[in-house]
Design a binder for this molecule. Sequence first.
Ligand code: RM4
Ligand code: MN
Ligand code: MN
Length: 428
Amino acid sequence: MIDADLIAEATGTALAGHERDLDHARSVLARTGIDAEAVASEVARFSVAAPSWAMGTGGTRFGRFPIGGEPRTTFEKIDDVAALNALTGANRTISLHVPWDDPGDAAPLLRAHAAERGLGFDAMNSNTFQDNPSTTDHGKVSYKFGSLAASDPTVRRAAIEHNRYVVDLGIALGSSALTVWLADGTNHPGQASFRRQFERVLDGLCEIDAHLPDDWVLLTEHKPYEPAFYSSVNADWGTSLLLAQGTSVRARCLVDLGHHLPGTNIEQVVSRLAMVGRLGGFHFNDSKYGDDDLTVGSIDPFRLFLVMHELLEGTGGRLPDLAYMIDESHNLKDPIEDLIQATDAIQVATAQALCVPVDDLADAQEADDPARAASILHGAYRNDVRPLVAEARRRNGAALDPLATFRSVGYRARCVATRGSDATATGL
Ligand code: RM4
Ligand code: MN
Ligand code: MN
């Protein structure tokens, strides 16, 4: 654990400087009619889930370079998320991927372990893209030729049963959403019928949705390619929307920022899905080329700002209640350090988006004045909102400078000492 006293001590030393920065930010924003208080309190309210499968170092098919002291169990992953949340105050939930993190009968214990640390469970994720040991519970099958879209009915049945099992686990954990990302697709033209694959996936999703409690939501996550390289069944937001609409009134689409072909206008995708009431969740990351799973906001922070701006459209300055999660792969950085930076980047982009004077922007748009519209939008983006984000952390009892605090308390070194220098985590 990261002791609250250590955080308070670090805050105490930096408090005077922070208050000067905050006063300055307040007065700059006041000149554009923005209430800094409203921005700080909305950022303080926001929370984004940490993924259980990225609490260890990631890798590529060319190799993996573990850093040691990684969580060996799901319980230890929760300990790491508790440490992260102590520093950021904005990661109050964890999202599990099953069977990478399958607590089985220990679900109530895991829930208690999380609750003792002030954490809850966000959307559950089902893995039917690998041949997993736990699939033996649902019939021994191979997902080589797909899961819900497979031509073999016993494979489809196993995939449906696995998803139902994940929902039951989620009920025991206090979750209320299931995210379905499928690798189903083809590598060769002619390998399968586009139509039949889509129809089978839709049938499967309907059966899974029927198993969900009333207050749950089913989220469909699209991705254009990988591991399927010729066609993916749920390849784009249009297909994802068709699947959600065909499944049930409550099914929603989840947008992973890395799951778009280069050049796609992601903020417009977000706007469309939100407009029709079918936007349900978010996976934050950044990318240069494909599903690179890099730190969100590290490559294109302006795009992240534009996405947050679209999310805020028509909400009166309150982020919609969606399943927000960070979905990154930390190949080089310490996973907790990467998650600290990711959380900060999302908070900064949120604060910048909250600084957009929306009425002025609407006037400029209606007056067909692109120069003024651009200057309003860029003006908001160029605000230095970092003192407001630090203030949001301070109000949540978290660190003014989470990365520096993480390093100064020596958390990872303690993990290496207790878990071992060769401890690696399950997941990506
Ligand atoms: C996929 C997708 C899913 C994640 C898996 C591990 O590319 O982003 O959300 O569950 O990776
Ligand atoms: Mn994802
Ligand atoms: Mn992905």
